[in-house]
Design a binder for this molecule. Structure first.
Ligand code: ATP
Length: 574
């Protein structure tokens, strides 16, 4: 308990206190009592009374100068602060040097692939490949035995461009070339070159080529070359961005190769049209290997390659599945078998059957389907839309064959599904006839036509909105791009330059008069009106057939095309 000043004086007088320590600059005394207890008591500034009374009552009084203690404390505090400052400074320096070394690390990171990590691929792994391709053989021969070509005075390729849609096996082919020639394979995706720090991409390119040269002969594979190889000076940002520096560095590296130094750069792209011309000129990526979507035979081979490691039930005929998958890439086919294997495991089966492959195919085409509506009036209207569309598809000549219809919906869609088998020949050739496109428009309007006939034009729904969007797309293409209308064989508003945002904005987009623009609109509308009239004409005398098929669809939720075809045939023969 703290004592008061007056109590202190009384205690001195009564002999209770045996010693006093005076601390003048704190204006305090520490007093020690007979019973050993110590107390800290405040006193007055320059207090003379306490001096007098302690002398009078013979209480020893010592004076403590705490300035030296304070100096020590100040010294310690100062030292502590300096230490903290030095530590934080060194922490900051270490962090920034770590950042710098990370930046340097970006340059080399993932540009070098450990050869042992890669499974060695051969041409056998790339199903459906045209192994006779001169370019492939030339590259492999050179990599295997560079001297042979050098002795003949031949200049070997520096760069090869693999061009093809996504998932067609470009990376796989590049790996197989390395595997066949038994040389190291360095790979990087061009998008990895472009970091947020300007100059890192260029330094990565340098690093990649330095490593490659030290291991020549070898292959450097650059995926997605279009992400750095786009035409320079085309974007809004002008001509000095990170991407351009990286591209310039790549061009410099390729020029810097001595001829026949054993490094072959293989780049892959699915947009060869956007590449800078400097990349494709002789001496750089002057050789191209086109890889297209696999045809039926190639799809069969790809399925066979990927089925090697999967147990298939005896009933599965891979050629049937190759027939059912036009337009699928190698990656899609691999995914199809993979999904089927997952369904098989889910069904607790030992081998993959056609049922699982069927579910996997449905998922690959439409994503996960959701359950149909339970409400019967709306469900009925959706059923009429689907039946209308499928009947028009069967009644109008079209290369796309109806496969089946279903009340199940794909994500984001409100109506059901009408499955068509894409036409192999159309995909292969890429050629679309005027009739084919017009039939697509009429089929798309089959759902709207059925609604008009059955429910009346005021009761139609927006359920066929996606179909209507397709109608506009194709009618617009017919008029403005393909020269399929009375407006003449002209492509209006060529898009050749528009892939570059910068150029597109700078360009005067109006390439035709307002009058032509109006006429284009009129022709698009007229195509759509003709098509809906055709669809209505095809369906108007088949209301009873539609009624029957709608009932069947509501009960079964899915109908195969064979059933619809036979119903249609028996209806037509009556
Ligand atoms: P992207 O352009 O998207 O990079 P890509 O053309 O490089 O695709 P890859 O990555 O080589 O395609 O192929 C993806 C997968 O598809 C591979 O893992 C491979 O298993 C399979 N695949 C593609 N084409 C074939 C083929 N011809 N034979 C066997 N498998 C193939």
């Amino acid at each position: 308990m703290n004592k008061s000043y007056s109590q202190l004086l009384t205690d001195i007088e009564s002999g209770e206190i045996i010693s006093i320590i005076l601390i003048p600059n704190r204006r305090e005394v520490i007093v020690e009592f007979i019973n050993g207890q110590k107390n800290l008591i405040p006193i007055f500034y320059n207090d003379q009374k306490i001096l007098r009374i302690s002398e009078e009552y013979n209480v020893p009084l010592t004076v403590r100068d705490i300035r030296s203690e304070q100096r020590l404390a100040n010294l310690i505090t100062g030292f502590g602060l300096t230490l903290i400052f030095v530590l934080s400074l060194s922490f900051l320096i270490r962090r920034s040097s770590k950042l710098l070394s990370n930046m340097r690390g970006f340059a080399s990171r993932s540009s070098q692939v450990n050869e042992d990590d890669i499974k060695k691929y051969t041409f056998d792994d790339v199903a459906g490949l045209n192994e006779e391709s001169d370019e492939l053989n030339e590259i492999v021969t050179f990599l295997k035995n560079p001297q042979k070509l050098i002795d003949l005075g031949a200049i070997t390729p520096k760069g090869v461009l693999l061009v093809g849609p996504p998932g067609t096996g470009k990376t796989l082919l590049a790996r197989a070339i390395a595997g066949e020639a038994d040389v190291p394979f360095f790979s990087i995706s061009a998008s990895e070159f472009v970091e947020m720090f300007v100059g890192v991409g260029a330094s990565r390119v340098r690093d990649l080529f330095r490593s490659a040269k030290s291991k020549s002969p070898c292959i450097v594979f650059i995926d997605e070359i279009d992400s750095i190889g786009r035409q320079r000076g085309a974007g809004i940002g002008g001509g000095n961005d990170e991407r351009e520096q990286t591209l310039n560095q790549l061009l410099t590296e390729m020029d810097g190769f001595e001829t026949n130094n054993g490094v072959i750069v293989i780049a892959a792209t699915n947009r060869p049209d956007v590449l800078d011309q400097a990349l494709t000129r002789p001496g750089r990526f002057d050789r191209r290997i086109y890889i297209s979507l696999p045809d039926r035979k190639a799809r069969h081979k790809i399925l066979s390659v990927h089925a090697r490691s999967k147990p298939l039930s005896d009933s599965v005929n891979l050629m049937d599945w190759a027939t059912k998958t036009p337009g699928f890439s190698g990656a899609d086919l691999q995914n199809l078998l993979n999904e089927a294997a997952i369904y098989t495991a889910r069904n607790n089966k030992q081998s993959i059957s056609n049922i699982e492959l069927d579910s996997a195919l449905e998922k690959a085409r439409f994503g996960l389907l959701s359950k149909p509506l339970s409400d019967s009036t709306k469900k009925r209207q959706i059923a009429y839309q689907i039946i209308g569309k499928s009947l028009v598809a069967l009644l109008i000549p079209s290369p796309e064959k109806l496969e089946k219809i279903s009340l199940f919906k794909s994500p984001g869609d409100i109506s059901g599904m009408t499955y068509f088998m894409p036409d192999e020949e159309t995909i292969d050739s890429g050629l679309l006839t005027r009739n084919y496109i017009y039939s697509k428009i009429v089929i798309s309007l089959g759902s709207r036509a059925a609604e008009i006939i059955v429910f009346g034009s005021k009761e139609v729904t927006q359920g066929s909105q996606k179909d209507l969007e397709n109608v506009y797309f194709w009618a617009n293409q017919m008029v403005t791009k393909f020269g399929f209308s009375d407006l003449g064989p002209i492509a209006y508003g060529s898009e050749r330059e528009s892939i570059f945002l910068g150029k597109d904005i700078m360009k005067n987009r109006k390439e035709y008069s307002q009058k032509t623009s109006k006429e284009i609109d009129m022709h698009i509308i007229s195509i759509a009106n003709n098509a809906i009239n055709d669809a209505i004409r095809l369906l108007s005398d088949k209301v009873s057939l539609m009624d029957t098929l709608v009932e069947e669809l509501i009960v079964n939720e899915t109908l195969e095309s064979e059933y619809i075809v036979s119903s249609l045939n028996s209806f037509l023969s009556n």
